[in-house]
Design a protein around this ligand. Structure first.
Ligand SMILES: [Zn+2]
Length: 376
């Protein structure tokens, strides 16, 4: 990964490159920043710069054999440690046991976050840790001489997931670092790190991504329009991984919301034809899918109440979504709100108990008709 692919943070890039040129790279750097702001890509880009055979003034070359290996995350002198968990036959899990999944995940999304990593490694229901077995494995890796690059670099992603024995072992290594070895710790949570570990490192702060930097990235590389990009920056609070997740969910939500509005309108007018079409369409879905639809409808109902009664700052939606929902909102009010919640909960309860969905859905539609026509 070249520095050019890391979003924003030009001052940090400059400082790192300067330290490399002056030959003053500290043996242990702590890249510290909130999730999704770019600590991991920054550490990777710097590692690539350091092993690159023809580094330029502001970036690695991207074409030498070292850069090509780095782009595939297979450079023999740059290794990774990250949280893992037991799985199948792996009882003493180490990063090396999961390296293939890790490469795949980080290649697909360099702004990888903990949850998506656990998901990609198929250990999402477990607690990911960096254990003492990993620290031992780091020692083992370092005992092998640097083969190609002037340095051996160990990138430890989320060192806060180290348990105590592992952190203590790492501390010993940091206290007496092997020659020509660099440690890049990439952390999101300073307070969960051993202070003795922190004091052995030099801090590289990675702050939240600025609005203009995120706007450029989202509009240029993700086909997002400017106003959506601005909205995503605001909602994600400058975290790129969060912005990407919001973008995914937004597409899904818009479809759900359109369906919700159409269905409510059909209920209000008691348009049996449209209601039946909906029943057939939803009947094709799994029970979970049907429940998901009803739960999402309830969310929309709650948003309507917030639009009517609460401070606008509590409403979680905005833009076109808000405008559409605001038109429906007056029909949902104090006099029918409780019954809405009750009826929708009842319906999801019956779906779980294998009720006939088509009958259940048309019953619910008639109830909704009555509720929507209730006086305010
Ligand atoms: Zn290169």
């Amino acid at each position: 990964m070249k520095f050019a692919q890391v979003i924003g943070h030009n001052d940090v890039k400059k400082r790192l490159i300067h330290s490399a040129k002056e030959n003053r790279v500290s043996h242990a750097l702590l890249f510290l920043g909130p999730e999704g702001t770019g600590g991991l890509p920054m550490a990777v880009a710097f590692a690539q710069y350091l092993v690159c055979e023809n580094p330029g003034d502001d970036d690695s070359c991207g074409t030498c054999s070292a850069c090509i290996k780095m782009e595939k995350y297979v450079h023999p002198d740059v290794s990774f440690s990250f949280p893992v968990a037991t799985k199948d036959k792996i009882k003493e899990p180490k990063s090396v046991d999961f390296i293939e999944q890790f490469r795949k995940a980080i290649l697909a999304e360099p702004y990888l976050n903990y949850m998506s990593w656990m998901d990609a490694a198929d250990i999402e229901n477990k607690q990911g840790i960096i254990s003492v077995h990993e620290s031992a494995d780091i020692m083992h890796r370092l005992n092998l001489k640097a083969v190609e690059a002037p340095y051996k670099i160990v990138i430890i992603w989320l060192p806060e997931k180290m348990n105590h024995p592992a952190a203590n072992k790492l501390l010993k290594i940091l206290e007496e670092p092997p020659e020509k070895t660099l440690f890049f710790l990439v952390s999101e949570n300073y307070e969960e790190l051993l202070s003795t570990v922190v004091s052995r490192t030099q801090l590289v702060k990675v702050s939240r991504i600025s609005e203009s930097d995120m706007l450029t990235e989202l509009t240029t590389n993700h086909g997002v329009d400017k106003s959506t990009a601005r909205h995503l920056h605001h909602k994600s609070n400058g975290s790129f991984s969060e912005a990407l997740q919001l973008l995914d969910r937004a597409e899904e939500r818009t479809v759900f919301q359109q369906d919700f509005i159409l269905w409510m309108r059909a209920c209000y007018q008691l348009n049996v034809k449209v209601i039946n079409e909906f029943a057939l369409k939803l009947n094709e879905r799994s029970r979970d899918g049907q429940k998901e639809f009803l739960i999402d409808c309830l969310d929309n109902i709650r948003e309507c109440l917030l639009i009517n009664y609460a401070n606008r700052s509590l409403v979680r939606i905005d833009g076109e979504e808000l405008t559409t929902l605001a038109r429906l909102a007056p029909l949902i009010h104090i006099n029918n709100a409780d019954e809405f919640v009750e009826e929708f909960n009842k319906a999801t309860f019956h779906i779980d108990r294998n009720a006939n969905f088509k009958i259940l859905f048309s019953d619910l539609s008639f109830t909704v008709n009555r509720l929507l026509r209730m006086e305010r």
